[in-house]
Design a protein around this ligand. Structure first.
Ligand code: HEC
Length: 112
């Protein structure tokens, strides 16, 4: 019985984690959108079209249902290359971890 109970909790956690990532209150949505534009992200990323970097929609689609907020936040800050193409996403290490997490959640939640 105990094992089954733990199993259910595990499944519940798997279901809730991506949903929690998508749920942001309006203040957080506003803060994430503002950071995105004031941090220069929009010079390489647009909502729907790939530019230097992948579109926000394409990123959300690729990671749909996966718990990758922390991973993406790390790459936003320390850089990434080879996941989408040859161009690098630069290290943007003046961002705080919490700003990067907020933006990762916002992107994964559809960047509204
Ligand atoms: C100089 C252009 C450039 C800027 C500025 C830039 N990016 Fe990127 N970004 C890229 C490229 C190119 C990739 C694809 C990297 C790869 O193939 O691994 C990328 C990838 C990403 C990814 C997906 C990473 C993954 O693991 O799949 C996220 C999320 C992201 N960028 C968010 C941001 C945010 C947020 C900002 C602003 C703080 C930003 N980017 C600024 C070019 C840029």
């Amino acid at each position: 019985m105990k094992i089954m109970f733990n199993g259910y909790l595990g499944i519940l956690a798997l279901l809730i984690a991506p949903m929690a990532a998508a749920q942001m209150n309006s203040a957080d949505l506003y803060a994430a959108r503002s950071s995105f534009h004031s941090s220069g992200c929009s010079s390489c990323h647009t909502a729907a079209d790939s530019a230097a970097g992948p579109s926000l929609q394409a990123i959300a689609k690729r990671y749909k249902g996966k718990a990758v907020v922390a991973e993406l936040a790390d790459r936003i800050r320390s850089g990434s290359q080879g996941r989408w193409g040859d161009l690098p996403h630069p290290a943007i290490d003046y961002l705080s971890q919490s700003e990067a997490i907020l933006m990762a959640k916002w992107i994964l939640g559809g960047a509204r």
